[in-house]
Design a binder for this molecule. Structure first.
Ligand SMILES: NC(=O)c1ccc[n+]([C@@H]2O[C@H](COP(=O)([O-])OP(=O)(O)OC[C@H]3O[C@@H](n4cnc5c(N)ncnc54)[C@H](O)[C@@H]3O)[C@@H](O)[C@H]2O)c1
Length: 386
């Protein structure tokens, strides 16, 4: 199996998503952690990188230094993950793509639609992979839902109801915590808070499962904690391009909700229900029939779900394996490019810069809709209209 090299920007010591990427990228031993600029503080970043085993000459103080040194190496990195606050994603992702280095960018891919259009165009022009980390699409049963919808088990999908709610930002006394504050600061997070942070996971999930994209939407935002400049709660109605209606609720002040990321899909021939906190069971109810629980790891699942399953039913896999499936798919695609072969067709579900672009356009549409009192607003990126 081809071993690949991997670098990381952001994800420093104590960060939320950095350790998840390090574990997920290492799970299948396809990537060697080779270079990094891990922290906003150069000294801390270098020190942490060295403690993680990165050689001193590839433990960088900042991403510009890393890019300048890495872009001319013969042994160019196979993949770089960008796990910094949102406002930095564009410059970093653009820089590495221009250097011909594949990128896995954290969501939201950029802050503005123009930036997102540019990233999608740059990836295409350079022939580099730009993936966006909608990591929850790596769950085996999410991939099975998608396969069930695609093969027509539900018939026409009428409705999808998606929720991504948590209560971790509900304490007003904790609003100045630096790991939380940037998410509601337009200078670092962009034009939206909770919708851009978690709502777009839910919207992307609805797209992933239904195979449809947002056409127009109507949004309502609330800042439940007064000091916040950006919303911490949002309700969004979306009309998809295949005729499905999506109802989406996202909140960071939902006390008692931990990682309430749930999707229900209602079609003319049956309904599906899945929750991220109980990811190994998918509830399927055929029209006028009894509800069946589909267990991850039992036989008879779609090839996409089989590929994403690592251990037998009854043993928990969870988020780390879901994210690892994103890395495994990227490894297959990158290795196939190197070898001049075709990757498995089941490795081709990783969200791309086009998905990232669609999300940024939806964020802009939601903000515009809120400003116009909830008016229905075109949610498509300019380059994908018509
Ligand atoms: N896909 C997911 O499920 C998921 C989950 C959580 C966070 N995220 C995304 O990941 C990104 C990071 O979020 P987080 O929660 O880990 O944030 P965090 O605040 O916990 O950590 C951010 C890290 O980036 C470092 N950093 C900041 N600026 C930097 C720079 N210019 N160069 C190098 N390092 C820099 C900080 O020092 C810190 O280590 C955000 O875009 C967020 O939306 C995605």
């Amino acid at each position: 199996m081809t071993r690949l090299t991997w670098g990381m920007i952001g994800g420093g010591e104590g960060s939320q998503i950095g350790p998840v990427h390090r574990i997920a990228s290492a799970l299948d031993a396809r990537f060697d952690f080779t270079a990094g600029a891990l922290d906003a503080d150069p000294a801390k970043g270098r020190d942490f990188a060295r403690r993680l085993g990165i050689p001193a000459d590839r433990a960088y103080g900042d991403w510009q230094e890393m890019l300048a040194a890495e872009k001319n190496r013969k042994d160019k990195l196979d993949l770089v993950t960008v796990a910094t606050p949102n406002s930095t994603h564009y410059a970093i992702t653009k820089g590495f793509l221009e250097a011909g280095i594949n990128v896995l960018c954290e969501k939201p891919m950029t802050v503005t639609v123009d930036e997102a259009e540019d990233i999608a165009a740059t990836a295409k022009r350079k022939g580099a992979i730009c993936a966006v980390n909608y990591g929850y699409t790596g769950y085996a049963l999410v991939r099975h839902m998608r396969a069930m919808v695609a093969r027509g088990d539900l018939g026409k999908v009428r409705l999808a109801v998606v929720e991504f709610s948590h209560g971790f930002h509900a304490d007003a006394a904790d609003a100045e915590n630096p790991r939380m504050r940037w998410r509601y600061d337009p200078a670092q997070a962009g034009i939206s808070g909770q919708f851009a942070d978690c709502g777009i996971h839910a919207l992307h999930m609805a797209s992933f499962v239904t195979g449809q994209n947002a056409r127009e939407l109507s949004a309502d935002f609330v800042s439940a904690i007064d000091s916040r400049k950006l919303e911490d709660d949002a309700m969004v109605n979306v009309r998809m391009d295949g005729g499905t209606t999506v109802r989406l609720w996202t909140s960071s002040v939902a006390v008692g909700s931990f990682h309430g990321f749930n999707i229900r899909v209602f079609g003319e021939k049956g309904g599906l229900r899945w929750a991220q906190q109980w990811p190994d069971q998918l509830h399927w109810t055929p029209l006028n029939g009894r509800t069946e629980i589909i267990e991850r790891g039992m036989g008879g699942l779609s090839p996409d779900a089989e590929r994403a399953t690592r251990i037998a039913a009854g043993h928990s896999e969870g988020m780390l394996v879901a994210f690892a499936n994103i890395y495994a798919d990227l490894a297959d695609v990158i290795a196939a490019r190197r070898l001049g072969t075709a990757p498995s067709p089941h490795a081709l579900h990783v969200p791309t810069a086009i998905d990232g672009l669609r999300s940024i356009a939806a964020i802009k549409a939601a903000v515009d809709s809120v400003s116009a009192g909830g008016q229905w607003t075109d949610a498509r990126p300019p380059s994908l209209r018509g």
